[in-house]
Write a protein that binds this ligand. Sequence first.
Ligand SMILES: Cc1cc2nc3c(=O)[nH]c(=O)nc-3n(C[C@H](O)[C@H](O)[C@H](O)COP(=O)(O)OP(=O)(O)OC[C@H]3O[C@@H](n4cnc5c(N)ncnc54)[C@H](O)[C@@H]3O)c2cc1C
Length: 461
Amino acid sequence: MLTKTRLIKDLEKILPRANVLTELEERYVYSQDAANLPDIKKIADAVVFVENIEEVQQVVKTASKHKIPVICRGAGTNVVGACTVEHGGIILNFSRMNKILEINRQNMTARVQPGVIVGELQKQAEALGLYYPPDPSNLAVSTIGGSIAQSSGGARTFKYGSTKDYILDLKVVMANGEILQTGSNTIKNATGYNLGSLFIGSEGTLGIIVEATVKLIPKPQTRQVVMAYFDRISEAVNAVDSIIEQQIFPTTLDFMDKNALQTVEKFYPSGLLTDKEAALIIEIDGFAAAVDYQKNIILSILQNAKASAIQSSSNEEEYNHIWRARRSSMGACAKLKPNVTTDDVIVPRQNLAKLVLGIRKICEKYNLEVCMVGHVGDGSVHPQIPIDYRDEDEYNRLKLAKSEIYDLTSKLGGILSGEHGIGSAKRDYINMVVNPLALEYMRMIKKTFDPDNILNPYKIF
Ligand SMILES: Cc1cc2nc3c(=O)[nH]c(=O)nc-3n(C[C@H](O)[C@H](O)[C@H](O)COP(=O)(O)OP(=O)(O)OC[C@H]3O[C@@H](n4cnc5c(N)ncnc54)[C@H](O)[C@@H]3O)c2cc1C
């Protein structure tokens, strides 16, 4: 059995001393993530900052030799306990592997290190007239490595797809320290198994992403956003159906319920109409003439669909104002209690109204507050539930409510996660929606890739 002193000595042989954190407080702060799960109390044996691929290989080889866990960490913003420490081990922090290595205009690709911030890649690409669409709401802080490992989505998934649709090639350090290249620098690739897809959404359990080549697309010429308010949730959902029936293809079809509108307005006053039951946030992008054309059709659909008020952006400042309000919802909800939990249940869109109303009923039954936002175009909902984990009774009610929400989702033909992943938070529920044989194959893949179970062990299942 490796003693902690020996582990730290080994790590200090391969990394600059300043890049190995061993103080209790330092290990403590890196051992939790945005899920802040109260049942997980273990902390890492060491936190290391890696600066290049060779260092990652050396750390993994050390961990493999001594059979101790390695848990990757981007910005730690995942909301499912995907980079918590449950069995000790080494936190591999990627914040210093944060370079955009190349943006190739001709190929429309970017080659990046895993610690690059998603919003930064977007900014750099846009400066060259290119576009990286995946947009988790916290894109100002979350990393490419973390968003690949969590298969992150965002509001623009409706039109552009999610992170998984933009990954062309990955360089991955495997559990034994070898480097695997999964794809190519080409837009298409039908050459053998699509190994890259296994790492997308694998939550750091199959390999460690040390470089990614992502696809870019031309930057849309312009964009506008419309915010429409409704007095009934079902009317908002019907409006979404009508927009899609008219063959309009907005960038986003997002949603906020009354509680979300009121909570955002309380903490981040944005001029939201707090007496309405629901709001849709509909973005359209493309060539200016096409945007105007689509916007006019959308406005008339919204009026026919009984929207009781409509706001829309006419410039970038107003556009950002509307989106800032929508993206503030989790931050606002977090101000109601010491913690907030969120979820990302998803159903076929035809069942969305039933899901939203069902979640509300379940939360009422367990006397829990809930703010709901979501990407209604995809059928996904984020019920954000503020919680004080010190209140045991409230925590128990939360667990019962979550279990019922997953059961309802499953009955409505949905799945547990559209974009946040499973981590430790939802692993006990995965068998509600994934069939036993599929789970068995997943476990066999894990065993093949990581026979000693050192890569972020016991996450997902
Ligand atoms: C306010 C807020 C809003 C959010 N909005 C959205 C949203 O709209 N859509 C959405 O999809 N998600 C959203 N999320 C969830 C979260 O942002 C994403 O899961 C995020 O992309 C994770 O990135 P990260 O850099 O923080 O990764 P981390 O949390 O650090 O890590 C996530 C997982 O990836 C693994 N990992 C990290 N780096 C690597 C690597 N190099 N190789 C292998 N594995 C690695 C970790 O071990 C962990 O399992 C939101 C979160 C918050 C707090």
